[in-house]
Unconditional design. Structure first.
Length: 263
C-alpha cells in the first residue's frame, strides 16, 4: 500500500511535467490492484483543478484516491478573519471557498508557499501573532524548489515565526497526523484493514513528509528527483530514527525495484 507525493515525485518542480516512470508507476499499481493514495501539499489550485491537471497529463487515478490540504481546511480553520500569506492563486482559492481575508484584526495567520515573501510581510505576521492570532501552516515542507532555486518551505517559515513570537502552530497538510489519518481513512475504502505500518510513503521531502510519516510507523522511500539533488545533501544530518528506509533516484527506479524486489 502506498502514499505517493506529487511535486518533485510524480511531476517536475521545474515545469510540472511527469517525472520519468511516474505515470507508469500509477498504471502498475492499477493493474496489480494495489491500494494507494496520491497525497499532495497543493494549495495554489482548487483541489478539483489540480486533480484535473494531473489527469490531463496522463495520470490515471480516480479523485477518490487524491488528497490535498484544501480538502481538510474547512474542518481545521474558521473562515472568519484570516490573514493569509502565499501565492496569488492560493489567496484567490481561499476567497472562492468563502474565506474572509482580514489584514487588520485577524483571528488566524495562515501560511502557504511563495518564493518572494517580504520582510514587511514577516513583520505583519509577527504583529498579528503577538496580538493573539493563531498560527496555521497549510503544510510543513522543509524547502520549496522553483526556477532552479530552493527557498525556505512553509515548515521553515513556521519555525521562524514560532521562535520569534513563542507561538505554537498547527499544520493542515503533510506531515500532520490529521492529514495522514485522513489519507489512511480513504485508503481503507480500498483495503479495510489498512494501517500505517502497511504503508510505504514515497516523497522527495525527506524532512517535511517522511519524518512525520516514519514516526507514525510508515515505511519511507526518499526520491532525489525534486528538492534535493543527492541524498548526501540531507540524509546524513537527520536523526537516525528519521532517516528514510530507502533512497532511489526517481519513480522509474521505484517501479523497477517494486517489480524486481518488492517494496
Amino acid at each position: 500500500m502506498y502514499f505517493i507525493d506529487v511535486q518533485g515525485t510524480l511531476i517536475s518542480d521545474a515545469d510540472k511535467s511527469p517525472i520519468r516512470g511516474s505515470r507508469e508507476f500509477i498504471d502498475y499499481l492499477n493493474s496489480e490492484n494495489l491500494p494507494y493514495m496520491v497525497i499532495t501539499n497543493n494549495t495554489k489550485k482548487a483541489s478539483s483543478n489540480f486533480y484535473n491537471y494531473l489527469t490531463s497529463i496522463g495520470f490515471a487515478f480516480p479523485f477518490e484516491r487524491y488528497l490535498d490540504p484544501l480538502m481538510l481546511l474547512e474542518s481545521r480553520v474558521s473562515k472568519e478573519a484570516v490573514a493569509a500569506y502565499g501565492a496569488e492563486e492560493f489567496l484567490h482559492t481561499l476567497q472562492t471557498m468563502g474565506y474572509r481575508l482580514d489584514y487588520t484584526s485577524p483571528k488566524t495567520v495562515l501560511i502557504a508557499i511563495k518564493e518572494d515573501f517580504s520582510a514587511d510581510e514577516y513583520a505583519q505576521m509577527i504583529d498579528f501573532l503577538l496580538s493573539g492570532a493563531k498560527l496555521v501552516g497549510m503544510h510543513e515542507t522543509s524547502i520549496y524548489a522553483k526556477n532552479g532555486r530552493r527557498y525556505p518551505g512553509v515548515g521553515a517559515i513556521l519555525k521562524m515565526l514560532e521562535f520569534a513570537t513563542s507561538s505554537s502552530y498547527e499544520v493542515v497538510g503533510k506531515p500532520s497526523v490529521a492529514f495522514y489519518s485522513e489519507a489512511l481513512t480513504r485508503l481503507q475504502q480500498q483495503e479495510k484493514r489498512a494501517s500505517f505500518e502497511q504503508v510505504t510513503i514515497i516523497s522527495d521531502d525527506v524532512k517535511g513528509d517522511l519524518g512525520g510519516a516514519k514516526e507514525l510507523g510508515m515505511k519511507t522511500l526518499f526520491v532525489t528527483s525534486g528538492k534535493y539533488k543527492t541524498a548526501q545533501e540531507i540524509v546524513p544530518s537527520l536523526a537516525e530514527h528519521l532517516r528514510p528506509d530507502a533512497v532511489l533516484s526517481d519513480m522509474q527506479e521505484v517501479l523497477e525495484t517494486l517489480k524486481g524486489e518488492g517494496l
